[in-house]
Design a protein around this ligand. Structure first.
Ligand code: GDP
Length: 425
């Protein structure tokens, strides 16, 4: 069976923790999109880890971790990450990399930084990991696929062709140093040396695994609202964040995805620019940011302070719908225990009318939040193991959100650890 773990919001919902937890009973964990731009934070018996490229299942010795064809593969980052987990006592993970994955090149990172510089104040808030230039090249059909590393003649010809094209932009648009084709060829040779042990036809591997009845987890990065089609375009990421794309980015049939576990955080946070209707500011935001996540809401990749907001039912309902949620994992609920009352955004007022349907970006920018205040529970809920033991106001908060979003909350996460989970229903 295939299950997908994906985000309902802007990312950072705690997907890493949920994947790590579910990986205990999985055979294979697949990353199917995104790159090293976002990160998962995972806390387990080995310590605390910030993973950017490795799937969250690498901590179990019984699992195989796959970097699917849909991923923006940053080979030096991947190898560094493998080394960093091994250095901290984690048994060497079994990793397979799709021969159809494409590679993030050092020039993609440069182009990312140059473009942010060119845009100045109008920038998208990129993490400068090369993701947007990478996916642009992939779809412009000028990317480098892992398989191509193993055809030297093809590679030499392509390096010359791509360098010529990139150098026009570097010289005339960005006024930056040109790429030397020999250096690029050498970079690719280095990548080949590093990645060779892991490369295979991962879709065939998954096909056989499915026939054998293996348990497969697809691990998404970011969340619905960062999807290039269904998110807050153009303040989105460059690959689809939806479970549906899991089929493509892993190379499996869509009908194999039986469960879509959609991770939804009990309050909101976002990184980068873009409309964020239930955003809060000042001391109120600082306090939530300080208490949020595990040790504060700061980017796992960049360390940037995240933008904070109250739970947004409009965005989350839409987020779950576009994922096709079969289960909602409601996370980081423990963090809200300090509040006397908790505002929840239940509607958007746009041009004088209130809606509960998530709009397109230019209307979203006009939306004002309509809040309902729920009573807080004023205690620490960490350590609680059953739903019935949760304080009444906490259950009311969960049930209110569940009714508003219209999808079943079957898991409640009340702490960052693997065991901090309450199953429901
Ligand atoms: P991801 O990218 O969706 O995996 O999310 P991140 O790892 O960026 O952010 C989630 C943060 O919240 C991490 O620091 C987790 O350790 C932490 N976390 C996850 N679930 C919970 C929870 O239920 N309670 C608390 N307090 N922290 C959590």
């Amino acid at each position: 069976m295939v299950r997908a773990v994906v985000g309902a919001n802007w990312g950072d919902e705690g997907k890493g923790k949920i994947t790590d937890m579910l990986a205990e009973r999985a055979d294979i964990i697949v990353r199917f999109q995104g790159g090293a731009n976002a990160g998962h934070t995972i806390i387990n018996d080995y310590g605390k880890f910030a993973l950017h490229t490795l799937p969250s299942g690498v901590f179990y010795s019984h699992t195989t971790s796959i970097i699917g064809n849909g991923v923006a593969l940053d080979i030096p980052v991947l190898c560094k990450e493998i080394q960093s987990v091994v250095d901290r006592g984690v048994p060497a993970p079994k990793i397979l990399v799709s021969d159809r994955a494409q590679m993030v090149m050092s020039y993609h990172k440069n182009f990312d930084a140059y473009e942010e510089e060119r845009l100045g104040g109008k920038s998208f808030g990129s993490t400068k990991s090369g993701i947007a230039p990478f996916y642009s090249d992939k779809y412009a059909k000028v990317g480098f696929q892992v398989s191509e590393l193993f055809d030297d003649e093809l590679l030499r010809e392509k390096v010359v062709r791509i360098t010529a094209q990139k150098n026009v932009l570097l010289e005339h648009l960005y006024h930056k140093p040109a790429i030397d084709p020999d250096e690029l060829y050498n970079e690719l040779q280095e990548y080949k040396r590093m990645i060779e042990p892991y490369v295979c036809d991962t879709s065939l591997y998954l096909y056989n695994a499915l026939k054998e009845g293996k348990e497969i987890l697809l691990e998404g990065q970011l969340g619905t609202l960062k999807d290039p089609d269904h998110g807050i375009y153009p303040m989105v990421t460059s690959s689809s964040t939806l479970a549906a794309y899991g089929a493509i980015g892993a190379g499996i049939p869509p009908y194999e995805i039986k469960k879509v576990i959609t991770v939804c955080k009990a309050y909101s946070s976002a990184v980068g620019a873009g409309a964020f209707v239930s955003e809060i500011f000042g001391e109120e935001a600082d306090e939530l940011r300080r208490r949020g996540g595990d040790g504060g809401e700061f980017g796992a990749t960049t360390g940037r302070p995240r933008r904070m907001g109250w739970f947004d039912c409009v965005a989350s309902k839409y987020g779950c719908r576009m994922q096709g949620a079969t289960d909602v994992a409601f996370t980081v609920l423990d963090v809200l225990g300090y509040l006397d009352e908790i505002p929840v955004c239940v509607g958007y007022e746009i041009n004088g009318e209130v809606t509960t349907d998530f709009p397109v970006t230019h209307l979203l920018e006009k939306a004002k939040p309509v809040y309902k205040k729920l009573a807080g529970w004023k205690c620490d809920i960490r350590g609680i193991k059953t739903y019935e033991e949760l304080p009444e106001n906490c259950r009311k908060y969960i049930e209110f959100v569940e009714e508003q979003i219209g999808y079943p909350i079957t898991m409640v996460s009340n702490g960052p650890g693997r065991d901090d989970i309450i199953y429901r229903g």
